[in-house]
Ligand binder design. Structure first.
Ligand code: PLP
Length: 353
């Protein structure tokens, strides 16, 4: 049955080995981020076999799944007050920026006789999560003085909301802040976390200050490229996931509908260019399964026309070969498509060695 994602385990192994080695060679520990594949255990197991010591996810449900792999687990999204119990139960470390949340984590951890690790997030301009740099030293003292907590480090997130790139300047700011906290409190931080897959380029160029010793990597491991300049990483591959879906109708039709145009199924008013008669394939996959514009056919002549909840229409007029009803179309997937394929219960997952 289709649609399905074919998971190429060999490619995933290759990518994890190479990137974890590149990081280790430069003294950088890696939190392997599993959220794009909903912490699928078959895939997370590959990460663990390739040497990942830490598995990180934004959801406590996913971290719970990862428990059987016996690696340290890191919660990436700031904890909700309504999930403090789950955070303590299913992660050893969490990223934080709110004192009220930090205190609740401390109380819950202490009640369970546990020590929970805190990484304080600092906002260096991207405007997603993080405290102002000036507020970090006092927050660090609060963590150090709260029962049930350990101050594991500080971190920054970039290139997410604001698209701000990692630079020598903002990385040095993070490094300086870490130095300051260590000196003021006479401690060593385990993690000075310089960002996500968009920090790989600056790492490979040798431009990370030596104080920065951790990255949190997801997309790069499954797509084989860094995300600041979209450059391929030597030796890594982009064929870890292939999306497959089946043609259920194949007919020549005009490129402009007949009749008065109202709203489509999602409340948008569609517009059309008249390109004459086109060979159109309806594929049995829709918005419930996949981000349709995140699919890229292996047959480069095949182009997306559009789609709705359960149908996607492709233009096959310029396809590289002849197709028929029942044929399977194969696609590369962007980040959003991988994410949605894994969150959709309708998409089967097939694992290939
Ligand atoms: C998702 C996430 C990451 C990983 O980002 P990639 O671009 O996939 O490497 C790192 N840190 C945080 C806080 C995240 O939410």
């Amino acid at each position: 049955m289709y649609p399905r994602v074919v998971v190429n385990k060999k490619s995933l192994r290759q990518n994890h080995k190479i990137l974890l080695e590149e990081a280790a060679r430069r003294g950088i520990s890696v939190f392997v981020v599993t959220k794009v594949y909903t912490a699928d255990l078959e895939i997370a197991k590959i990460a663990a076999e390739c040497g990942a010591e830490f598995l990180a996810d934004s959801r406590t449900e996913n971290l719970k799944k990862l428990g059987s792999l016996n690696k340290k687990r890191v919660l990436l999204r700031l904890p909700q007050h309504s999930e403090i119990r789950e955070v303590i139960d299913h992660s050893e470390i969490s990223l934080n920026s709110e004192i009220s949340t930090i205190k609740m984590l401390g109380r819950q951890a202490a009640a369970q006789d546990k020590t929970h690790g805190i990484i304080l997030m600092v906002d260096l301009g991207d405007l997603r999560e993080g405290m102002a740099p000036a507020d970090i030293p006092e927050a660090a003292r609060t963590v150090l003085n709260t029962e049930g907590l350990a101050l594991e480090g500080i971190g920054v997130n970039l290139t997410c909301y604001g698209g701000v790139l990692p630079s020598k300047e903002n990385m040095q700011q993070l490094a300086d802040l870490a130095e300051q906290i260590e000196t003021e409190n006479n401690i060593k931080l385990n993690f000075v976390s310089g960002g996500n897959s968009s920090s790989i380029s600056i790492m490979m160029d040798g431009d990370l200050p030596s104080k920065i010793n951790n990255l949190r990597l997801g997309e790069s491991l499954v797509r084989g490229r860094e995300t600041a300049y979209l450059k391929d990483i030597p030796g890594m591959t982009d064929d870890c996931f292939t999306f497959e879906a089946e043609i259920i109708e194949l007919k020549e039709k005009p490129s402009v509908p007949t009749g008065i145009i109202g709203f489509d199924a999602f409340g948008n008013k569609p517009e059309f260019n008249d390109r004459g008669m086109r060979l159109r394939a309806i594929v049995a996959v829709g918005k419930q399964d996949i981000k349709q514009d995140g699919l890229f056919s292996y047959d480069s002549g095949i182009k997306l026309i559009g789609g709705s909840s359960d149908h996607t229409i492709f233009d096959l007029t310029d396809a590289g070969r002849q197709y028929k009803v029942g044929d399977i179309l194969k696609f590369k997937m962007d980040y959003g498509a991988i994410l949605q394929a894994f969150t959709s219960g309708y998409v089967k997952k097939i694992y290939q060695d």
